[in-house]
Write a protein that binds this ligand. Structure first.
Ligand code: SF4
Length: 262
């Protein structure tokens, strides 16, 4: 039986443009067979819930929202409990707060994932690492890029969550260790309380929890968020960094995780 012959199909939705468009296409193709699921995380912007509700109204479908109870759906609590923030295998919060919960939701049903057209290699890695999962990637099938998804959101009359308007390339947690130093500079600008909270965890866990200074071939050294705050380094700009992948995708995808986080 291939993916689309199965009765139910699960669309994993974050609160971003790509997963919305993937969900939309799935509904257009498969109608009531599609059930959307989302993992609630407390460190996401509150406007994410507004966007998700708007998407539900637009599609005339509701999303099943799941929430971790072991860590209060809070990445900070995961970091402290696991005694690390990120490693080459990714961030522990990703698996604990998304992967574990989403994987347990209708695990045998085909899933719709919002990989965009430039992420075919990531889809291949996912398929290689998850041979038992049946995956539908409508954005790749239809050649839709992230920019195309933004336009489709606009054309639908929807407004993306606030972090997009502030220059973030997604609306995931506002303290994501998969972000580069430019991302953290941006967090400090818009969400200094989140920055400070993450800095306090680094104070607690020590230098092994500091972030690497450069991901693109420069001299690599660990820098704490406390130190980063004191450095005015124009090279660390969020717009120059690769997108962060954690929205119902990274927590179960390729290995190692996107980016050099350790
Ligand atoms: S978006 Fe980042 S902080 Fe949030 S769960 Fe995923 S890896 Fe953790």
């Amino acid at each position: 039986m291939n993916a689309v012959e199965s009765t139910r199909i699960v669309a994993r939705v974050s609160c971003g443009a790509a997963s919305f468009v993937a969900w939309k296409i799935a509904v257009e193709r498969y109608g009531d067979r599609v059930e959307a699921v989302n993992a609630f995380i407390v460190k996401e912007h509150a406007d994410n819930r507004r966007f998700l509700a708007d998407c539900e109204r637009y599609l005339g479908r509701s999303v099943t929202v799941l929430r971790d109870t072991k860590y209060g759906a809070d990445p900070i609590k995961v970091w402290i409990a696991k005694r690390f923030i990120a490693s080459r295998e990714g961030a522990p919060c990703s698996k604990a707060l998304k992967g574990r919960i989403l994987d347990a939701f209708r695990p045998n049903d085909p899933m719709v994932l919002g990989y965009t057209s430039d992420e075919a290699d990531r889809l291949d890695k996912f398929v290689d690492a998850n041979a038992n999962k049946r995956v539908i990637a409508p954005l790749i099938e239809e050649g839709l890029s992230k920019e195309d998804c933004f336009q489709i959101v606009v054309d639908a009359g929807l407004t993306l969550p606030v972090p997009y308007m502030q220059g973030f390339d997604n609306s995931n947690c506002l303290n994501c260790p998969k972000g580069g130093l430019g991302y953290w500079k941006h967090i400090d600008r818009y969400y200094p309380e989140n920055y400070e909270e993450a800095a306090r965890v680094q104070d607690l866990l020590g230098p092994s929890s500091w972030f690497l200074s450069d991901r693109r071939g420069g001299k690599r050294e660990r820098i704490s968020l406390r130190t980063l705050r004191e450095i005015d380094e124009p090279r660390w700009r969020i717009e120059d960094e690769p997108p962060i992948q954690c929205g119902g995708l990274c927590e179960l995808t390729e290995s190692p995780a996107h980016g050099d986080v350790a």
